[in-house]
Unconditional design. Structure first.
Length: 700
């Protein structure tokens, strides 16, 4: 990519400013803005009520995607991550089994557990800053699949309401407010460990109801208990309990919403296996070299929001705990005890989000301006220890006494933003915006009394988007903006805040077409430059900052109702990712995904459906010099459902062709035995074999 593009996007973002609202001749219809808003609301309501397969995207960019509950019912939904891996342009991989957070791929990013993709659930941020396992750690296992109402993906850093970790994009998950009648789901699944033999049964029990406390209110109570062993020789023994309670009602001039969640999980994991050991037959691909890996997790949250007309305010609090045991390099550093580590994260976080909308009309010009303030405070105790079979050792790989690190971290973030939807006329929408964030970090070393460090930094993120509605069937989009992700508090204080906020500069242009009432197509080309990434370090058991990178690519997505009973959809993304500075490797960037895609065909009727879906990712470099390869895959799923009165049956067959594939993959220098050779090779978590899950739901 020519270097002048870096300068072009940098200059475009720096010059963004709100448009001047000079008086102009009156429109023939002065209520143009109200009509546009009403039309958008009607279209969204129609999308929620109509059973369709297509992805109805919000009008932010050509690449934005929204999947409703009716659309999600045609996709695998055995766990929360299923909803994310079915979104065009997104891939999600199980990351070493059990309740550990998944691995996210989007726009040329292997975003690990969420470093460069911001995730929200009912408006509450999921990413955890300065986490014990990795920056931006975003775990969704605390969500109950049956409660998810919609998933929205906003690629690129173009919206002002999103802040930290919003570089490659943001994902918003929304849960139901109520259901029509009490419902119980019973699910049982099994994985094939041979050509036809099923020897593991995984179970889930879910119950939901919407009791009424007062006339006209909306409520939801959802509970889940589940156990999952998977296909592994060392059963992952994933046990979890989940709860969600919501209530909403009119109060005074507005609506009050209250919500609480709870989650507890524990599991074993088989770890990431060295590929040479599997290929040589010394370990089964579902075996383990350290069967004591695994972890425990807990999450509880409360939130409250109130909306009255154009004003909205929300406050939330989250308690989160993680204790994780991993062994990435086996005996590379300690030939006596092995390299197992324990990572802990014990935190309380709280925050608020307030906004106000104001309609402005100056002659011909119509605009809707939104101003908001957000705040978040994290208090977190993290540690990294050397362990053997989950037993803490007194040394840190023979180098120091006590933990490798043990700190108390305080992260504060205060932000303000202004964004506008300006309509000079009926065919043009302009969306200027700016966001300003202020961060402060404090770190106390809990092993060295009196050692404390502090730092602070600020960042401004201007943005500008434009939409041109050529006619009723074609809309053109152009977007540019800045975003950022923060670095770990321990790294921030070590540099006195310098480089603690990694800036992203991005832009895209594209179009959305609706050739007919039964078809739609979207396409875009995009560019993103990031001043620093978070790269996984197996030795440290965490992430470390890298050099600046650049990415550009293409997204294409389309769908068609080929017949009243048949719907087809497909999407493909291509991305090229490199370091800005050529380090003698042609700028190669390890683990950056290049080709990704998914698609499906669904036969549907009034009471039932059958869907066949495929998803895949291409080969990509396993390390920076390209000598190792992270293997791609293409797998197929089959989903079928049937309504029988008050009973709904659903059969999901994941990996229907029983393809041997790899999910999470990393290049590590490991030593398999205490006396073995130290070898750099790909390590991977095996992808699930053919797995069938039967779900029965009864509503009364």
């Amino acid at each position: 990519m020519p270097s002048f593009i870096d300068t072009l996007f940098g200059a475009a973002a720096a010059l963004m400013h709100p448009l001047d609202a000079d008086p102009a001749p009156e429109l023939s219809d002065a209520e143009l803005l109200e009509q546009a808003e009403r039309l958008a609301e009607e279209q969204a309501a129609a999308a929620d009520e109509t059973i369709v397969i297509t992805a109805d995207a919000p009008a932010e960019s050509a690449s934005s995607v929204r999947l409703t509950r009716d659309q999600l019912r045609y996709r695998s939904r055995t766990q929360p991550s299923d909803f994310l891996r079915n979104v065009p342009g997104i891939m999600v991989s199980q990351h070493a089994g059990g309740g550990k957070a998944d691995q996210y791929f989007v726009r040329g990013f292997d975003a690990d557990h969420g470093t460069d993709v911001a995730i929200f659930a009912d408006g509450v941020p999921v990413n955890l800053t300065s986490h014990g396992h990795g920056q931006g750690y975003a775990d969704t296992h605390w969500m109950i699949p049956e409660t998810i109402r919609s998933v929205e993906v906003h690629k690129g850093p173009y919206a002002a309401r999103f802040g930290d970790f919003y570089t490659a994009g943001a994902m918003e998950l929304t849960t139901l407010d109520k259901i029509d009648g009490p419902t119980v789901w019973i699910a049982a699944g099994s994985s094939a460990t041979g050509p036809v033999r099923f020897d593991r049964v995984d179970r889930r029990l879910v119950g939901m109801a919407s009791p009424s406390l007062r006339k006209g209110d909306r409520s939801l109570i959802a509970l889940q208990v589940a156990e999952n062993d998977g296909p592994f020789a060392n059963p992952q023994d994933f046990r979890q309990g989940n709860a969600l309670v919501k209530w909403a009602d009119e109060l005074g001039p507005g609506t009050l919403k209250l919500q609480t969640t709870w989650y507890l999980g524990k599991w074993n994991q088989s770890g990431q296996l060295p590929e040479r050991e599997v290929e040589a037959g010394r370990v089964d691909r579902f075996g383990s070299l350290d069967p004591t890996e695994g972890g425990n997790a807990m999450r509880a949250s409360v939130s409250a929001s109130y909306q009255a007309g154009p004003a909205r305010v929300m406050a939330y609090g989250v308690a989160n705990q993680l204790q994780l045991y991993s062994n990435f390099t086996l005996y590379a550093r300690d030939t006596e005890n092995g390299d197992q580590i324990e990572q802990t994260d014990d935190r309380l976080l709280g925050g608020f989000d307030a906004s106000y909308e104001q309609r402005i009309s100056q002659g011909r010009l119509q605009a809707l301006v939104t101003a908001g303030v957000q705040g978040r405070a994290d208090n977190v105790e993290t540690s990294l220890r050397h362990t053997a079979e989950r037993r803490r050792l007194d040394t840190c790989f023979g180098e120091t006494m006590g933990p490798c690190n043990h700190t108390d971290n305080r992260i504060r973030n205060l932000a303000a933003y202004v964004e506008a939807n300006v309509m000079p006329n009926h065919w043009l929408h302009l969306q200027p915006a700016v966001r300003v964030d202020r961060f402060s970090w404090g770190v106390d070393d809990l092993e060295m009394q009196g050692v404390s460090s502090h730092a602070s930094a600020s960042i401004a993120s201007p943005k500008l988007s434009a939409q041109i509605h050529a006619d009723d069937t074609v809309t053109f989009f152009a977007n540019a903006g800045m975003g950022f992700h923060s670095n770990d508090a321990r790294a921030a204080v070590s540099t006195n805040g310098d480089g603690a906020l990694a800036r992203a500069i991005g832009g895209e242009t594209g179009l959305r077409m609706k050739p007919s009432s039964a078809s739609r197509v979207s396409a875009d080309v995009w560019y993103l430059r990031l001043s620093s990434e978070q790269v996984w370090s197996g030795d440290a058991g965490g992430t470390e900052a890298s050099d600046p990178t650049r990415r550009f690519g293409i997204d294409v997505e389309g769908s068609v109702d080929a017949a009243p009973w048949l719907s087809l959809d497909a999407n493909v993304t291509w991305a090229h990712a490199t370091f800005v500075a050529n380090r003698g490797n042609n700028g190669a960037l390890a683990l950056a995904p290049r080709w990704m895609g998914s698609g499906g065909a669904t036969v549907h009727g009034q009471t039932g459906f059958v869907a066949v879906r495929a998803r895949g990712i291409g080969d990509r470099p396993g390390n920076d010099d390209g000598s190792l390869t992270a293997q791609g895959y293409l797998i197929f799923d089959v989903i079928a459902g049937q309504q029988l009165g008050s009973v709904e049956l659903n059969l999901t067959i994941n990996n229907a062709l029983d393809t041997a594939w790899r999910e999470a993959q990393f290049a590590e220098a490991s030593r398999v035995t205490p006396t073995g050779e130290l070898v750099e090779q790909m390590h991977y978590t095996p992808g699930m074999p053919l797995t069938a899950t039967m779900t029965a739901a009864y509503t009364w």
